[in-house]
Design a protein around this ligand. Sequence first.
Ligand code: GDP
Ligand code: MG
Length: 597
Amino acid sequence: LDPKFIRNFSIVAHIDHGKSTLADQLLLQSGAITQREFREQLLDDMDLERERGITIKARAVAINYELDGQSYELNLIDTPGHVDFHYEVSRSLAACEGAILLVDATQGVQAQTVANAYLAIAGDLAIVPVLNKIDMQAARPDEIREEIMATLGIDPDDVLAISAKTGLGVPDVFRAIIDRVPSPSGSPTAPLRALIFDSKFDDYQGVIIYVRVVDGVLRVGQKVRLMAGGTEHEVIGLGRFRPHSVACDELGVGQVGYVHANIKKLADVNIGDTLTESPRGAQVALPGYQEPVPVVFCGLFPATHNQFEDLRTALQKLALNDSSFSFEPETSDALGFGFRCGFLGMLHMEIVQQRLERESNLALVQTAPNVTYEILDKRGETTHVSNPTRIPDAGDIEEFREPVAKVSFILPSDSIGAIMQLCEDRRGTYLKTEYMTPTRAILTYELPLAEMIYDLYDKLKSATRGYGTMDYELIGYRASDLCRLDILVAGSKVDALSIVVHRAHADRRGRKLVRKLRAEIDRHQFEVAIQAAIGTRVVARETISALRKNVTAKCYGGDISRKRKLLEKQKEGKKRMKQIGNVEISQEAFLSVLDDG
Ligand code: GDP
Ligand code: MG
C-alpha cells in the first residue's frame, strides 16, 4: 500500500469528552462495525475488549475509508490508560502524524484538553480540533470556540462541530483527517525500523508487541532484532485490528499492527525500542520515548513470607504492559523482602496495586506513598532518596529539598477563592490568574508535590462541584524545612512507617499518627508504647494497655471444634498481619499513615 494513502492519528481529550464514542462512530461510519456493535459498545466499551481478551481501543485500529473515489487506510491509535497519564498519551502520539483534539461543547476546555493539546503540538502533530456533543441542549459551540482560541490559539474557523453519539458531522472528521494530517514519510526500501509503542503478555503466545513501521517492511518468517534489547526472534504472526484481529503477511511503511515473535522473556521488550531486521539491520534506532519519571513511591510487600518471588514475577508481567512504573527490591526490618515501586501518580499507584492483587492473586502490604527527596549532605554530596527510611539523620543534612510542581486549575470564576485557600494551606505559591471567558479562569500555583498527592484532586472536585480540573508538571527541587518522622512500637523503630514531614506540621502529624496506630493495633498480653520521634526527640506517645483475658477463654471450656474455628479465623485474619518484634501490626495500620486528613 502506497503510504500516500495512509493516515495515522490519535484522539486526545479530557476524560468523558467522547473519545471512545467518536472512535466507535468512526468505526461505524467506515463500515468496520455494525450498528448493533456500535450500540453495544456504547453501553459498555469493554465488551469487545473482553470478548477478544485484548484492549483493542488501547491499541490501533485500521479503518478503510473511501473519499472522492480514493481508498484510504486510517490507523486510529488510541491513548491507552487514563488520560491523566501524559506519558501514555505521548507514547501513542509518537506513532502518529496527527491528532483529533476533542472538546465537549457543553463542558469546554478542561485541564487535560490543554495538557494533551500541548503534547500534540510538542510532537509536531497536525491537530484537528473538534467540538463534540453538539446534539445536546446545553452545547455552547461559539463560547467554547472562543475558549479554544484563548487557550490554544486555534482559529475558530478550523474547529469542526459534531455529535459522536448521533454521527452528525462525522464525515467532516474523516475529510479533515485526510486533508490535514500528513501521510507517513518513511522509506520502503530501507532496512526495517518499527517503533514498539506497546506490548502485552499473553499466556499462550508469550509477548505480543504493538508496532508502527517507520521504514522497510515487516514480514512473517522474517528474522528480527530488538535494537536496545539486543535479542533476535522470528516473526511467527502479524496482524491488525479492524477492530477484530485479522492476520496479515506483512506491514509496510506507516502501517500499525501487532507482532507475535515467540518472545518468551518479559524483560527482552522495552517500550520505545526499535524492531529491525536481521542480518540487514538498521544502524540507528528510532528516537523512542523519554523515560517516564515516577514521582510517587511506596513499598509493596507480600503479606505472606514465601511470596516474594511471586510478587517479582507479577511485577515483571505488569511492567511489560505498563512500562511506566518502576520497582526494585527493598528490605525492611518490619516487613521483610519486598519492592520499592515508583508510579506516575496516586491513581497510577492504586491501579497497579489493584492489578497486582487481582491478576496475580497476591495479598500485599503497602507502605505510605511519598515523593523523591533531594538531599545535600554535610560533605557536599547530593543524592535522591525515594524511601523515607533512607533519609539521613537531620545532623547530616545540609539542605533538604523536595519536588515542586506548577499546577494549573481550570475553574468557574466563582470558585477561585476557595481553591486559592486550598493552595495556601498547602504551602503553595501563587503565580497568576487568567480568564478564558468572563466565567472561566485558569489559576496557576506552585505547590510541593508532597502536598498534592494525597487528596488535592478530591478537594478540588468538591470545592468546584465537579467543574474544576487540574493538571501539573514538575519544575524542580526546592529547599524546604523538612524532617524524617519515625514511629517506634514497643521501643523499636518500624522502618516501614517513617515519613517525611514539614517541620511546622511534625508535632501535629506525629500526634495524629500515634493516635491512629493505637486504634489499629490490637491489645497484646503486655503494654505497648507507640511513639513518634524526630531523631531522638519524641513528639507524641500513646500506650496500648495489656490484654487481660485470653481470647479463647471466651469459649465454653469443652467445645474443641469451636475453639479450633476461632483459632483458624484468627490465623486467617493474620494473613495481612506483620510481626514487629513481638507486636502484630495489621495492613490497615500501615495504611492509616496514608490519609493525612
Ligand atoms: P471518553 O472518556 O472521552 O472516552 O468519553 P466517552 O466516549 O466514554 O463518552 C463519555 C460520555 O459522553 C458517554 O456517556 C457518552 O455516551 C457521552 N457522549 C459522547 N459523545 C456524545 C455526543 O456526541 N452526544 C451526547 N449527547 N453524548 C455523548
Ligand atoms: Mg473512553
